[in-house]
Design a binder for this molecule. Structure first.
Ligand code: ADP
Ligand code: TRP
Length: 330
């Protein structure tokens, strides 16, 4: 199975990214029947990041994060989106079978507008670029968080429309959303997101982690009363790190009088810190050896490009824009 997913380098990566997508990609990599295509979507990040140096740094850090967490560049194809520029060409071919109505219905686009952002064309056509990402590499299964469900449906619509118009060209992908981690809440109880300022980052320093966890919103139930785990953001975040038995135990503690949220928060700081401890050192190694990271990404882009050129050529042929100038080919 070809498993494919991407992440934007628009900010530090957080628990929502980790549980919703990164950890699941790494789990898929362990199965030898899968080929992983994993990339950092810096073209997409251009819709919100307007500082070149910052984007460069975030892109590099996201690569280090993935490598530290276990993406194996020998077994998987791991690269930065913009290193395979064919994706922008495919975006154009797809644009012509994408209706404006479809794009206008995109939740993420509507959300951004409702927050007062003046939309540019990049933001509007974001889902078309995402469809190109998936179709160019013939992704079959796409692990993402629930917020990306609609984007995946749009990709499927675009692929089917293209195949119907021009003949079989693309593999129609399946979204893969794990129910238990579909929406990881942020410290304010809303969906955790880089753009909401409510994240707990996976590789922050200890003090920052502590202050973020200590500020998770909880209700005002007095200590001597039982608490409701099902309405508690702290419980939801803590649960991500627990086995079913441990989760049942924590639930029991909530239901017994005497539980102090601040005690649970202090425990959670340690749990998160220890969970990522083995990866922290590896991450530091990559941060200190940028040339090694660049080599890995270059090798990944080369492998990705081989698939991309074959699929793009097929798409070009099927729409009738063959390579007229054969001088371009070697
Ligand atoms: P953000 O919303 O922080 O900008 P991205 O859009 O870069 O995150 O998302 C990268 C991946 O992480 C996607 O697959 C997305 O669905 C997943 N993801 C992001 N936030 C969450 C969350 N709170 N819960 C579950 N998955 C998430
Ligand atoms: N839109 C995705 C997000 O914000 C990122 C993304 C871009 C992506 N291209 C993709 C995810 C292709 C999966 C497959 O999370």
């Amino acid at each position: 199975m070809r498993v494919l997913s991407g992440i934007q380098p628009s900010g530090a990566l957080h628990l929502g990214n980790y549980f919703g997508m990164m950890r699941r990609m790494i789990q898929y990599q362990a199965d030898p029947n899968n080929t992983l295509f994993c990339f950092i979507v810096n073209f997409h990040a251009l819709t919100t990041v307007f500082d070149a140096e910052l984007l460069r740094r975030r892109t590099f850090e996201a690569a280090c994060d993935f490598l530290a967490l276990g993406i194996d560049p020998e077994r998987s194809v791991f690269w930065v989106q913009s290193d395979v520029p064919e994706v922008t060409e495919l975006t154009w071919l797809l644009s012509n079978v994408t209706s404006v109505g479809l794009l206008e219905r995109a939740h993420s686009y509507k959300d951004k507008i409702s927050k007062g952002i003046t939309p540019n064309h990049g933001l509007f056509s974001y889902p078309v670029l995402m469809a190109a990402d998936i179709l160019l590499y013939e992704g079959e299964l796409v692990p993402v968080g629930k917020d990306q469900k609609q984007h995946l449906e749009m990709t499927r619509d675009i692929a089917i429309r293209f195949n119907t118009t021009y003949g079989e060209t693309f593999v129609v992908p399946e979204p893969d959303i794990a129910e238990d981690v579909a929406v990881v809440p942020g410290i304010d109880g809303q969906k955790m997101s880089k753009s909401y300022g409510n994240t707990i980052d996976i590789f922050s320093d200890y003090e920052t982690l502590r202050s973020r966890v200590m500020s998770i919103v909880t209700d005002s139930t007095p200590v001597h009363e039982p608490k409701n785990p099902d309405k508690c953001t702290l419980f939801a975040i803590y649960s991500l790190f627990l086995s079913p038995e441990e989760r049942a135990e924590l639930r029991e503690r909530y239901l017994r009088p005497g539980l102090k949220y601040s005690d649970v928060k202090k425990e959670l700081v340690e749990v998160i810190w220890n969970h990522f401890a083995p990866y922290r050192e590896k991450r530091q190694y990559y941060l200190n050896h940028p040339d090694e990271v660049f080599d890995i990404l270059r090798m990944g882009a080369k492998k990705a490009r081989q698939v991309a050129t074959t699929v793009l050529e097929r798409a070009r042929r099927n729409v009738g824009v063959d390579y007229w100038n054969f001088a371009y080919r070697d």
